[in-house]
Unconditional design. Structure first.
Length: 762
């Protein structure tokens, strides 16, 4: 199932890339046109940022298109006026060659520095006095701020998610959007001609389009900074009043939105004309022409269709669909189990064997060919029928049948007494065999239905996990860096996912077709640089076909683990097994299992229980579903009984919450604040059959607390143990000291001993 979900995600992303690729050309052309207009509107001593600042804030092919547009716009100014714009773009292009070393903030700083240097050094040659130098400095600083805001608004990690800012209401993105709008329209407002102002016309069109697509709030978010930018431009005194009227009328025309685009465009033109007539402005005719041009563009351009493919094929929709399908499949699996149980109950009532059938079949077997059958089963039916039932009951009670087991009345009439005894014995043996087969079928049926229930729980867990992913945000840029690192270190066809939950904690997950060729410590350091924060030691799991690498952001607490094992007698193999790992939920787990018996036989059971439990918890399966699966696996492992205790300690190293789960396990001791806490609530071990209900004992731990887990072969004195746990010591030495002390106890020599010490630190 995990592999199919992975392939589905891969196909989804491939389709997303294909769809977005068709929309990028239009977006890049628009950015190029915007760069041309910004370059034409900027001047040497203007405080407005140039197209070089926009190119510095963007990345990839979008930045390249802006650079080309900026150079073209500068060339339209002629010689030598074009040198400033071309030089600024060249400096920004050179700054883009500086590596960011996998740190997003450093990359933004480099871009801002490139924008500042590009604008400053390209214009400083024209400075002749202090006021002009001040203008150049303001323009350079404005360009740097503009580049930073553009990088925040369109980060590289989301370069393939066009118009994502329209779905993000964070204050930082909104502030960046305001700065970018104000800076862009400061340049566009300078394009003031006799019959039209380019900045005012584009402002009207943008407000109409954004408010139609994203609502009045987003339209106002664009209108206010755009209007401020126009008023701060070199033509602000001439176009300020008209720009205010156009912005108000564009927002007011939302009242006609339900009538269609054409009606709203016409209403906008009418409102602008009415507003300018009331104001008696000399700029009225030009504003009417601009509003008409903006209205025609709004009515004609199918801009709403450009965004439709992305919103119709989103990651959230796919995650919801996968979650719904998994939950539906879980219900179907549960229905199969219920149907099997119901059908088996009906068939058992109708066709199950009965002890009375033994007498009937034996009588039919021996008396059918007897010449006296009509006499025996005619006049003396009750006597002979009761005699056959009595003989079957004797066998059922554990008795023996011989030649003289028949009653005198029946023996006097029966001509084949030995045949009667032989027939009853034969049919009773068949009855016993049938009953044994029925018990085996019932047991297999119960195991199978338990397996179906376990599969149902796993599918529901996966469905709920897909739903929880909706609340997490992905860092696509970090994913690209992580995939490159994994590929360079031996992972074939890697696919990485870097997500942050609601608490802004990072979680890393990656899949590949081969195992990394480097150590976990070295790989963890590389991935920490890739994702931009310190992560825990990566967990690597999987098989020859697919591997999984998971890690979480470094936690507030840490856990140091020490373990020590002693074998019983002359055994060379300990029958206990333990594993320590980080689960898919980011919590730290310690699993200790004690197999039935000692030595190699017990080791097989405990190893299987530990291994299966660890694999399931690492893959994201909940603890309850994992326990059910382990219970079923031990039951079907072999024909004889296979029991194994499970002692599980789960520690959330962020909140400090600790939960202890016990299935046939020994007592766990927690030393906290000079108090010794006992966790002894337990349930039957795994492999006993039936539904497993394992209660949890929860408490909170902090730095300096010690958790001691042990198998039932160790039972130390609690007073001595409390003193030992109060001594600051290495967990390895502590577990060794406790295990050897337990060996000297009366029962310590009769069983394997395992002791695990967990010391909580920071």
């Amino acid at each position: 199932m995990r592999g199919s979900i992975f392939m589905t995600e891969k196909v989804i992303q491939k389709k997303n890339r294909t769809r977005l690729k068709t929309g990028f050309s239009a977006e890049h052309i628009g950015l190029g046109v915007l760069a041309v207009l910004m370059e034409l509107g900027s001047s040497v001593f203007s405080a407005a940022p140039a197209s070089a600042a926009l190119a510095a804030g963007l990345s990839g092919s979008a930045s390249l298109c802006v650079m080309i547009g900026g150079i073209f716009g500068a060339m339209l100014k002629g010689f030598p006026a074009c040198f400033a714009g071309v030089g600024a773009v060249g400096i920004v292009m050179a700054a883009r060659l500086v590596p960011d070393l996998g740190r997003p903030r450093l990359g933004i700083a480099v871009r801002a520095g490139g924008a500042v240097m590009g604008v400053f050094f390209s214009r400083v040659s024209e400075v002749s006095n202090a006021s002009e130098m001040l203008s150049v400095l303001v323009a350079a600083i404005s360009s740097g701020v503009f580049a930073v805001c553009t990088a925040v608004l369109f980060p590289p990690s989301q370069k393939t998610r066009r118009s994502e800012w329209a779905d993000d209401g964070s204050p930082r993105r909104a502030f960046a959007l305001c700065i970018v709008c104000a800076g862009a329209f400061m340049c566009l407002g300078a394009l003031n001609y006799s019959y039209i102002n380019i900045g005012r016309t584009l402002m009207s069109f943008v407000i109409l389009a954004v408010s139609a697509q994203a609502g009045a709030a987003r339209g106002a978010l664009i209108a206010v900074p755009a209007l401020c930018g126009l008023c701060l431009s070199s033509a602000g005194s001439e176009i300020g009043a008209g720009a205010g009227v156009a912005a108000v009328c564009a927002m007011a025309s939302l009242a006609l939105e339900k009538k269609g685009k054409a009606v709203r465009a016409a209403g906008f033109v009418f409102m602008c004309a009415a507003g300018m007539l009331v104001a008696e402005s000399e700029d009225g005719f030009r504003l009417i022409a601009e509003s008409a041009a903006a209205g025609v563009l709004f009515a004609v351009l199918p801009f709403e269709k450009i965004r439709a493919p992305e919103t119709g094929f989103s990651d959230k929709g796919i995650a919801s669909m996968i979650g719904a399908r998994l939950n539906f499949a879980a219900d179907a699996i549960a229905g199969i189990g219920s149907g099997i149980s119901a059908a088996a109950e009906v068939l058992d009532r109708k066709y199950s064997s009965n002890i009375s059938d033994v007498a009937d079949r034996a009588a039919d077997r021996v008396c059918r060919s007897c010449p006296n059958s009509m006499v025996c089963w005619g006049r003396k039916y009750e006597t002979f029928h009761g005699e056959f039932n009595r003989l079957a009951a004797v066998l059922r009670a554990g008795g023996e049948l011989g030649e003289f087991s028949l009653s005198p009345d029946v023996a006097e009439e029966c001509v084949d007494r030995a045949g009667v005894i032989r027939a009853v014995k034969t049919e009773y043996e068949r009855f016993i065999s049938a009953m044994s087969d029925e018990r085996r079928v019932r047991e297999l049926r119960r195991i199978y239905t338990d397996q179906l229930i376990g599969v149902r729980d796993i599918l529901r867990d996966m469905g709920n996990l897909s739903t929880r992913v909706l609340s997490e945000t992905r860092d696509f840029h970090a994913e690209e860096r992580a995939e490159k690192i994994l590929k360079n270190n031996g992972v074939e066809h890697p696919q990485a996912f870097v997500m942050r939950d609601r608490n802004n904690r990072l979680r890393f997950e990656a899949y590949g077709e081969s195992e990394p060729r480097v150590t976990r410590e070295y790989l963890g350091g590389l991935l920490s640089n890739a994702v931009g924060c310190d992560i825990e030691l990566p967990e690597i799991s999987g098989s020859d076909e697919r591997y999984r690498i998971t890690a979480s952001q470094r936690t507030r607490l840490c856990a140091k683990v020490g373990a020590y094992q002693l074998c019983k007698g002359e055994n060379r193999v300990c029958g206990d097994c333990y594993e320590c790992f980080t689960g898919a939920d980011g919590a730290f787990y310690v699993v200790l299992s004690d197999g039935m018996g000692t030595g190699s036989r017990a080791r097989v059971d405990s190893t299987m229980a530990c291994t299966v439990m660890a694999k399931l918890l690492k893959s994201g399966v909940t603890l309850s579903a994992a326990l059910e699966t382990v219970n079923t696996v031990l039951m079907v492992k072999s024909a004889d009984e296979s029991y194994a205790s499970l002692d599980i300690c789960r520690i959330d190293l962020n909140s400090g919450e600790c939960a202890v789960y016990k299935a046939g396990a020994s007592t766990t001791y927690i030393k906290s604040d000079e108090k010794l806490i006992r966790a002894a609530l337990s349930s039957p071990p795994a492999g006993t059959g039936g539904r497993m209900t394992v209660p949890a004992q929860k408490f909170f731990v902090k730095k300096g607390d010690v958790i001691l887990m042990m198998t039932d072969g160790a039972s130390p004195d609690e007073r001595w143990l409390s003193r030992e746990l109060s001594r600051p010591d290495d967990p390895c030495e502590l577990s060794k000291r406790v295990a050897k002390a337990a060996r000297t106890a009366a029962n310590g020599r009769e069983d394997d001993i395992s002791v695990i010490a967990v010391v909580v630190g920071k």
